[in-house]
Design a protein around this ligand. Sequence first.
Ligand SMILES: Cc1ncc(COP(=O)(O)O)c(C=O)c1O
Length: 379
Amino acid sequence: MASSSLVTGMFEKVGAREIYDFTLGNPEIEPPAEFTEELNRIVNSPFSGMHRYSSLAGYSETRKAIAKTLSKEHGASFNEQHVIMTAGCAGALNVALKALLDPGDEVIILAPSYMEYPYYIDNHGGVCRVAETNLDFTINIDNIASNMNPSTKAIILNSPNNPTGEIYSERTLKLVAELLYEKSYEYGKDIFLIFDEAYRDIVYDGIKLPDIFRIYSNTIITAAYSKPLSIPGERIGYAAVNPGMKDSSDIMEAMTFANRILGFINAPVLMQRVIANLQDVRVDIAEYQERRDFFCDALDDMGYSFIRPKGTYYIFPESPAGDLEFVRELSREGILVFPGTLFGRGGYFRIAFCVKWETIKRSLDGFGKVRNFLERKDV
Ligand SMILES: Cc1ncc(COP(=O)(O)O)c(C=O)c1O
């Protein structure tokens, strides 16, 4: 609680003025029409048993549908035995960590990264070690290597990355894999890669994501429909293990058991049915790309310094002042953002631009004012 209390009191009381909330990655873009149609179709054709528990790993038809999609994308042969349905990507991360970790096992995360990882690792008795990325948010292999030791059990990589929008290149991921293979050999144990693909479909400029399953055998991906279908509240996601992993059936069994004993029991059954038939449906990524381009151009003109995100719906600019001070200053203009400190890198702030157009447009004055104000203060 002490470490999470930073958020409390972060913002100035802004009274009745208009609020431009860029804090949460809770998309305001509505789900695609196909989602609502499929949901209605299922709800309007009820059948006996439709609300019972599913098997702990999830419905076979749903897992088969995902396995088919993964096989198409990765050119490997996935089947339902490689897929487990979970309560969102967060559920997938937790069941994977629960399955892998013994107390004291170490898990490497990168900084900056998703703010919940250290808590998830701690949930399962793991010890979190943080490897800083480079200034441009690319992976620093030496920093990962210097955090490895015989207690290393896993590393979590997230690409496209929250909060930076970085997408790791195939070349870099191969270097990470080389290091993991080398250290697995040196320590005489398996080291796992948990590859968090929560934003796998939110990718810009036609970038193709490298095929992580081909790059490293001991890979578990975690993913969800939260972002691609804009349904984060429905809590539907999955984890998939590499068919080429040596003990994949043991890992799947352990994750299935973890789904039960962590109290999820099974992923929400109605949503399991809905997404089974929506494998090719996504929100319109162009809507996000237009927002990214507009917002980035505007921030650029104002003199903010940042790397244009390659994916996700976050921008992670440098704070013109200390990040907590700057976030407080923005909040006086009604603009709410999260400080970089929350993601493990001070001196930055995160904007979640999955909001309505008018929120972005109307906030620009405030972003400009605070930037100028701080410039005048010569910060
Ligand atoms: C990097 C990352 N991983 C996992 C999650 C959790 O996703 P879900 O809401 O599908 O559980 C999020 C949510 O924002 C995220 O940003």
